[in-house]
Design a protein around this ligand. Structure first.
Ligand SMILES: *[C@@H]1O[C@H](CO)[C@@H](O)[C@H](O)[C@H]1NC(C)=O
Ligand SMILES: *[C@@H]1O[C@H](CO)[C@@H](O)[C@H](O)[C@H]1NC(C)=O
Ligand SMILES: *[C@@H]1O[C@H](CO)[C@@H](O)[C@H](O)[C@H]1NC(C)=O
Length: 597
């Protein structure tokens, strides 16, 4: 009885084991091939292993090893040379059993991706760079043990190439994109060359999209009213904020652009951020308040900005605007306050990107006296909100320069000299002093409209001296310098200033990040402005223009100082820093640096 059962089992076993097992093993891995599983019954049997017809012994020198008297064969690590047929032969007095393995080595790269339903995914696959690409790779999806389905990668007209797309046909990069992943897309994908060389294997695990809680705004009420419009602290508070903010910006910019020309208008950047602050709530409000250096809950900030704009209006025209996606309905209280404090009634973007671009660029051109045109190249159709602030400055020299055209040699940071047109006066009435705290020779040139151009000339034309001045330019030091210069009596000096024309576009996106406002790009709490969904800022720009002419300063600032004659003179024919300052409102309007006029 026992014998019968045994026979039956053996027959079954032989039938099963003699069938060939095809194994695909990964390059570099370890495999262990069992010869059979009923050890005890074959204690007397002799076991031999063969690889491609040749005997393998326990002493074989390579990484193939016979273990436990032949019960196992291990290969570690697997190399391409291990591909082939492995055969285990069991021989007893009255029985013989053969088991074979067909091993193929899978040298392809393996990736595992976890993706969320509904997303798109790139499935990577590369031909070796040394190979010639004559045909695209073939992509398959495994559909069961040993079964697979060819993916249509869009290189013929059949099938849904909407779903699968070959990104770079006939390129070494055979990556495909799989769009709108559904649960059924989970599984193993393989990429093979036309001659069956496996290039990559990708396992996709699809995860259910988490259900998002519906968006809801927290605080949606209007900006708090300014309780004490006549408070005497409001105005100096804003002045201090703007000065601190300005010097902070200058410090970021001078570091990112260590030696080039520089120009920006802090008052304009401050204007746009304050306008945004009007609609910001919770964390976003705090972040903007910190960025523009206003104390938290300085409710009068917008009222004071309005007063400042009015005060500056004789020399600097400032305009704000908001453009928004027509699908949005801005909150009425925001719109009302935007008109009240910033004279800006939000405007809807137009149907097409071209129309919107043109509308915005004409607005900018109009507000800058046509000095800045084509600020934006295009308005993305996904743009939700755009805030703009434009300033235009025009001031005449209180003391005019010679009208005769004159040239001078400007020494650059690297010592090179360039010939530039200069403004010259042999006896100009201006305040000039060496400001110890800044290690700079400073001259103040009075302008109409109660403004002044301050030029800070480092001790020499070297980068080190320029940086020394810049490092010392904190808001306190600058404000003290302004006070000192205001009380310095003007004297007759020989003045030489390069006639500069600056048009600079500092990277506002980086500036926004440096100001600690990165979160605006990811999603801002603008619940005071719009409550239906989260908004993300998608672009920020700044461009400043400034020219020194015989008449005065147009919209910006630049100059340098040096003194070498016994007769006091001020020659800005080497790198310098300049501040265009509103003496009346006591805030900086433009800050710049000239290294290459
Ligand atoms: C195993 O591979 C051999 C040779 O590649 C092939 O002829 C055979 O059909 C394969 N067997 C199975 C079960 O896939
Ligand atoms: C906004 O202004 C309009 C016109 O002045 C006024 O009728 C409306 O009540 C105001 N809305 C809010 C929310 O303040
Ligand atoms: C700006 O637009 C206003 C109103 O349309 C117009 O009166 C003014 O002349 C324009 N300014 C410039 C510089 O184009």
């Amino acid at each position: 009885m026992r014998l019968q059962a045994m026979l039956c089992l053996l027959l079954l076993l032989i039938f099963e084991l003699s069938s060939c097992t095809n194994l695909s093993v990964i390059l570099g891995s370890t495999v262990e091939l069992p010869c059979h599983s009923i050890q005890t019954e074959f204690t007397e049997a002799a076991i031999t292993w063969k690889f491609n017809g040749k005997d393998i012994t326990a002493q074989s020198p390579d990484s193939t090893k016979v273990k436990k008297d032949g019960l196992y064969l291990t290969i570690s690590p697997v190399t391409a040379a291990h591909e082939g047929e492995y055969m285990c032969l069991v021989k007893d007095t009255d029985m013989e059993m053969i088991r074979t393995y067909q091993i193929t080595v899978d040298a392809s790269v393996r990736y595992i991706f976890k993706v969320t339903e509904g997303s798109n995914i790139h499935l990577p696959c590369y031909f070796p760079l040394s190979s010639q690409v004559e045909a695209n790779a073939l992509w398959f999806k495994e559909t069961g043990v040993g079964r697979r389905m060819r993916l249509n990668t869009g290189d013929d007209s059949t099938g849904d190439s909407e779903k699968v797309e070959q990104l770079y046909p006939l390129d070494h990069d055979q990556t495909i994109i799989l769009r709108q992943i559904v649960m059924e897309d989970a599984g193993t994908y393989t990429c093979e060359s036309a001659n069956r060389q496996k290039l990559s294997t990708v396992d996709i695990v699809v995860e259910v999209r988490p259900t998002l809680a519906p968006y809801s705004c927290g605080i949606t009420t209007a900006w708090e009213p300014c309780q004490d419009e006549n408070s005497r602290t409001g105005e100096p508070m804003l002045q201090e904020s703007i000065a601190e903010f300005s010097m902070k910006l200058y410090s970021y910019l001078r570091q990112s652009q260590a030696s080039s020309n520089l120009l920006f208008s802090p008052i304009s950047i401050s204007g746009v951020l304050s306008h945004l602050l009007l609609g910001a709530r919770s964390d976003t409000r705090r972040a903007i308040e910190r960025a523009v250096c206003v104390p938290h809950d300085f409710h009068c900030v917008h009222f004071q900005m309005m007063k400042l704009r009015e005060k500056l209006s004789s020399s600097l025209q400032m305009a704000s605007q908001i453009f928004y996606n027509p699908q949005m309905d801005l909150s009425e209280s925001f719109t009302n306050q935007s008109i009240q404090f910033y004279e800006a009634e939000p405007i809807r973007l137009l149907e097409t990107s071209e129309e919107s671009t043109q509308m915005i660029n004409s607005w900018v051109a109009n507000k800058t006296n046509n000095k800045i045109q084509n600020l934006v190249d295009s308005v993305s159709p996904s743009t939700q909100l755009m805030l703009l602030n434009a300033v235009s400055f025009s001031g005449q020299w209180k003391v005019k320069f010679d009208q005769k055209p004159k040239k001078g040699l400007f020494t650059k940071l690297d010592g090179d000299m360039v010939k530039v047109p200069v403004l010259y006066h042999h006896k100009y009435l201006a305040a000039m002093a060496y400001v110890v705290e800044l290690k700079a020779q400073v001259a103040r040139f009075a302008l109409t409209g109660d403004s002044s151009l301050y030029i800070l000339l480092p001790r020499s034309n070297t980068v080190a001296d320029l940086q020394q001045v810049e490092e010392k330019m904190t808001d306190t030091a600058v404000r003290e310098m302004i006070e000192q210069m205001k009380t310095t009596p003007p004297q007759s000096i020989e003045v030489t200033l390069p006639q500069i024309k600056l048009d600079v576009q500092p990277d506002m996106n980086i500036l926004i990040k440096k100001l600690g406002l990165s979160s605006l790009f990811e999603g801002a709490d603008l619940c005071g402005l719009y409550t239906k969904e989260r908004l993300v800022l998608d672009d920020a720009r700044h461009r400043a223009f400034l020219a020194l002419t015989e008449q005065g300063v147009e919209a910006g600032a630049v100059t340098t100082i040096s003194f070498s004659r016994s007769f006091p003179s001020f020659s800005a024919l080497r790198p310098f820093i300049m501040l265009l300052w509103s003496d009346q409102a006591n805030v900086p309007l433009f800050i710049g640096r000239v290294t290459d006029p």
